[in-house]
Design a protein. Structure first.
Length: 182
């Protein structure tokens, strides 16, 4: 069941959902706006592609692999990042989340940005019960326009859901307590 604004506020009040920082204006009818933090990991262009990555290799960890290949850049206030068509960047939410084991969530794009061609998470929307940390957004420009990305802009939304039966333990995978690397 997707939580409404009233239910989201009740979960925050009860301490089962923590989002910091959070302004009440970010809470919509049935979602919470997520904003972009101060840096991006810019991935190599398609023209420079050619390296092979082996995610099935034992011990593979995606973030060390990508940070070794990408370019970590701050987003200066006076110099926003311009995302070109067919460009992939990883960005992090400014918001740090903590979900109780009775809650899960999905990250969805903002329709205004989607209509410009910005995919905010490609195909990884699931935030598992008990998750804690910031969210890494896989942002891809599949449209024909260059899109200005600025620190603090609303780039995605979090849809919070009640888990039918709370899990015994929360998410404890490779992305637990993930933070912006800057």
């Amino acid at each position: 069941m997707i939580l409404s604004r009233v239910a989201i506020r009740a979960e925050i009040e009860a301490g089962r959902l923590t989002i910091e920082p959070l302004d009440d204006s970010q809470i919509g009818v049935s979602s919470i706006d997520l904003t972009l933090s101060e840096s991006l990991l810019v991935m190599p262009s398609i023209e420079g592609a050619g390296d092979i990555i082996e995610p099935s290799k034992p011990g593979f960890k995606v973030m060390p692999e990508l940070t070794g290949r990408g370019d970590l850049r701050p987003i200066p206030e006076r110099d926003p990042y311009i995302l070109k068509p067919q460009e992939l960047v990883l960005g992090w939410t400014r918001e740090n989340l903590k979900l109780a084991t009775s809650l899960a969530a999905r990250v969805e794009g903002k329709s205004t940005l989607a209509r410009l061609g910005l995919s905010a998470h490609i195909t990884a929307p699931t935030v598992l019960a008990g998750y804690r940390g910031t969210l890494c957004l896989e942002m891809y420009n599949c449209g024909p326009y260059r899109i200005k990305l600025e620190e603090g802009m609303a780039v995605a939304q979090l849809v919070v859901e009640q888990v039918e039966s709370p899990t015994r333990e929360g998410y404890d995978g490779q992305f637990v307590n993930q933070q912006n690397p800057v």
